[in-house]
Design a protein around this ligand. Structure first.
Ligand code: NAD
Length: 291
């Protein structure tokens, strides 16, 4: 069984980006610059943003964190977005989700300049991705594609079952896996909360990509021998024995599924770090095309 190690792969890709930054950003050329907008004090969001800023430092990017309380109005947030759109020093930025309930996520997404939309959530970029045109791809599916690519996992002609149809993971990874690309060229089934006979569908999969948000949902009897399993889930499970009182588990019952697989991602240390690396890669693209 091959462990698809997102930590290791990320560190290799980030070193490659760091070399590009060092070589390119000399004399009058400034470093790439990513901004992150963090609203409220959701602990998971704070951790994600902290990790993104840390990754920027690792590769030599400049970064700016804009923190505002959860009481911010939509108009105030739109004003921040406008100033980021207008700032020539900012190459790309993200607005960390989820946003407080009184803010319309779609309106915020639409206000982001697609040229700086390094999260790839704007309909302009999403539409271009669907058409197979160059664009920013959403970070998590892009990170999965980078991981499959680096491990040279064969996807051509394979049956890929995607569990979940969210706009940030399930739908875009299904699109990317079905495109005429490498990796890609898979025959994709999208399964979701209303899918019948899910177990049988999963049993026929060469590749399973689990993005449901249900801890250890994918059991060993759903996975056939030699399948490739990508676990996107990040779920907290009570663990009184650990220092934090919880541990992170994926959407796959890793201990029982892993021995049957050809390759599998761990949680943590699989898709998570690749997501941040994809964001770093998108920021490089946003920066580089200006010069
Ligand atoms: P979501 O809640 O938006 O979507 C979940 C999807 O699962 C839905 O489309 C739903 O139809 C489907 N689903 C629910 N129950 C199901 C069932 N019984 N059978 C089949 N499908 C079912 O979640 P999301 O934002 O796509 O995230 C999914 C998971 O991935 C979460 O655990 C999240 O924390 C994690 N995540 C990880 C990363 C990362 O970087 N590793 C990034 C984003 C999300």
């Amino acid at each position: 069984m091959i462990l698809l190690d997102g930590n290791h792969t990320s560190s290799v890709i980030r070193k490659e980006i760091q070399v590009k930054v060092t070589q390119f950003c000399q004399n009058d050329v400034r470093s790439p610059h990513l901004a992150a907008v963090l609203i409220g004090d959701n602990p998971a969001s704070q951790t994600y943003v902290r990790n993104k800023i840390r990754a920027c430092e690792e590769v030599g990017y400049a970064s700016t964190l804009i923190r505002k309380p959860a009481t911010i109005t939509q108009e105030e947030l739109l004003y921040i977005i406008k100033s980021l759109n207008d700032d020539p020093q900012i190459d790309g930025y993200i607005v960390q989700l989820p946003l407080p309930r009184h803010i319309d996520e779609h309106a915020i997404n639409l206000a982001i300049n697609p040229e700086k939309d390094v999260d790839g959530f704007h309909p302009y970029n999403f539409g271009k991705m669907a058409l197979g045109l160059p664009s920013f791809h959403p970070a998590t599916p892009m990170g999965i594609m980078m991981l499959l690519d680096r491990y040279q996992i064969e996807t051509d002609g394979k049956h890929c079952v995607v569990l979940g149809r969210s706009n940030i993971v399930g739908t875009p990874i299904a699109l990317l896996m079905s495109k005429k690309t490498k990796p890609g060229n898979a025959t994709v089934t999208i399964a979701h909360s209303r899918t019948n006979q899910l177990k049988e569908i999963c049993q026929r999969a060469d590749i399973i990509i689990a993005a449901l948000g249900i801890p250890m949902f994918v059991k060993s009897d759903m996975v056939r021998e030699g399948a490739v399993v990508v676990d996107v889930g990040i779920n907290k499970m009570d663990d009184p024995g650990s220092a934090r009182g919880y541990r992170l588990v994926g959407d796959v019952d890793f201990p029982n599924v892993a021995p049957k697989t050809f390759a599998i991602t761990p949680v943590p240390g699989g898709v998570g770090p690749m997501t941040i690396t994809a964001l770093i890669e998108n920021t490089w693209k946003a920066f580089y095309k200006k010069w």
